[in-house]
Design a binder for this molecule. Structure first.
Ligand code: LLP
Length: 431
């Protein structure tokens, strides 16, 4: 459920007509709904908290999905923690008011400088993904007189996810260590005076629409917890990652947070573990749209009809990168029979195609359209390819809206690139 609905004859976000936002900030623009963000966080939290075997969950929102400071602040005020994968994301979470102890630092390639920053910030947990990383962290922590809480990230060899590029739990994927290696690494961590091994972590993929692989992975994690405890090693926490899918298609019906919570409680509940979760997409995807304007409708003599938008693959890369489907809705739908459109952007490659032969109500130049479910992995993955400025982000709340990231000016974009000294003078360097 989200708060993007027709209000009269036009699409609105929490009562604010999207056309009004387009008028005020221009297009393309990302628009986020506070009510949807809040609702999704609460539904996810409450579903887990309602299971007595789970207790109070640690919900570390995956900052990578949408790291806008206003979005993070909205979630932080509801009590969210943060799952972070870079110094930049830790800085964002702290700036948004997430307490350091609710921050998890994950990722396969944390640099020494990032680990030092995380230690000095006092993050609540560092998820270690390999033996060399454990060594590096132990050394840096010892040097700085710290003793961080560490979880070992396990790669359970269970595949899941909406696309091969976002499946992370198979043995051949770069993430984490095997179950056997985790047992060894955990015991190793326990010997280090500068580390405090507290638990295990796993994250097997994203846009998971079937609970079975999650259940299989959680079962393996339970077995590992029991074996470690059997070996006399204390295990207090289990971080179960993110991954729960969302309905990108109206007809698709991924498991609900309540289904997910019941499965989790049955798989790993009752072990006296503090359970952590790292949801990203399920919190933000349906809380955001990308608003775009039709530049041309280009009908070819062969019957092909291109809908050329002012948004492109650099603004929303998911269709080009993962063949992802996003629902496209006209902001003021015109009457008439649906027509098949190839929906494209202005970027100079065929990859800049959002959808082929998409049936849509008739559209004309100047019309606005909204890419639905674009709140996750939309703005965060944008680039300035073709020297297209990063798209502004707008947050709506109960009839009000605010620009929460503005569009840079061309002057700002060009000013970031000083000339090399030998290019600064106008004369040509070759005779
Ligand atoms: N935790 C870890 C360790 C992760 O790597 C991820 C996502 C999450 C949590 C959050 O997963 P979620 O709940 O959002 O599924 N750019 C891709 C998705 C990449 C996901 C990367 N890791 C896309 O647009 O589909």
């Amino acid at each position: 459920m989200n708060h993007f609905d027709l209000k009269g004859s036009e699409l609105a976000c929490e009562e604010v007509p999207l056309a009004r936002i387009a008028e005020a900030v221009g297009t393309p623009a990302y628009v986020y709904s506070s009510a949807t963000l809040e609702r999704h966080y609460r539904v996810f939290h409450d579903a887990l908290a309602a299971c007595p075997e789970i207790g109070e969950p640690w919900i570390a929102y995956a900052v990578k999905a949408n790291s806008n400071l206003a979005v993070l602040t909205t979630l932080a005020r509801l009590g969210a923690g943060a799952d972070t994968v870079s110094e930049g994301e830790i800085r964002r979470a702290l700036a948004a008011g997430v307490p350091a102890e609710k921050i998890v630092f994950s990722g396969v390639g944390k640099t020494a400088a990032e680990l030092a920053f995380a230690l000095d910030s006092g993050v609540g947990e560092i998820n270690v993904e390999s033996a060399p990383e454990l060594e590096l962290l132990a050394a840096i922590a010892a040097e700085r007189g710290r003793r961080p809480a560490v979880a070992v990230r396990v790669n359970p060899n269970v595949g899941a996810g909406g696309h091969r590029k976002i499946a992370t739990g198979k043995a051949e994927d770069k993430f984490g260590v095997s179950i056997a290696e985790a047992e060894r690494l955990y015991a190793e961590a326990a010997k280090r005076t500068s580390l405090r091994p507290v638990g295990l972590a796993c994250h097997i993929g994203s846009q998971i629409t079937d609970l079975a692989p999650l259940e299989a992975a959680f079962g393996l994690m339970r077995g590992l917890v029991e074996r470690l405890r059997g070996a006399g090693l204390p295990v207090e926490r289990l971080d179960l990652g993110g991954g729960l899918g969302v309905p990108y298609f109206n007809q698709s019906d991924p498991p609900s947070p309540a289904d997910y919570a019941r499965m989790t409680a049955a798989s790993v509940g009752g072990l006296g573990l503090r359970l952590a979760f790292e949801p990203g997409r399920v919190i933000v995807a349906n809380a955001g749209v990308l608003l775009a304007r039709v530049i041309h409708v280009h009908a070819r003599p062969d019957g092909r009809r291109f809908l050329v938008l002012d948004a492109a693959m650099n603004d929303l890369i998911r269709p080009a990168m993962y063949d992802a489907y996003h629902d496209i809705r006209p902001v003021k739908p015109r009457a008439g029979e649906a027509l098949a459109y190839d929906v494209v952007g202005p970027v100079c490659e065929t990859g800049d195609t959002f959808s082929r032969a998409r049936p849509l109500p008739p559209l004309e130049a100047g019309d606005l359209v909204a890419f639905m479910s674009a709140g996750a992995y939309g703005a965060v993955m944008a680039s300035e390819y073709n020297t297209r400025p990063l798209v502004p982000e707008v947050l709506v709340r109960a009839g009000e809206f605010a620009v929460v990231r503005r569009r840079p000016t061309y002057e700002e974009m060009l000013a970031r690139e000083p000339l090399a000294p030998w290019l600064a003078s106008p004369r040509s360097s070759r005779p």
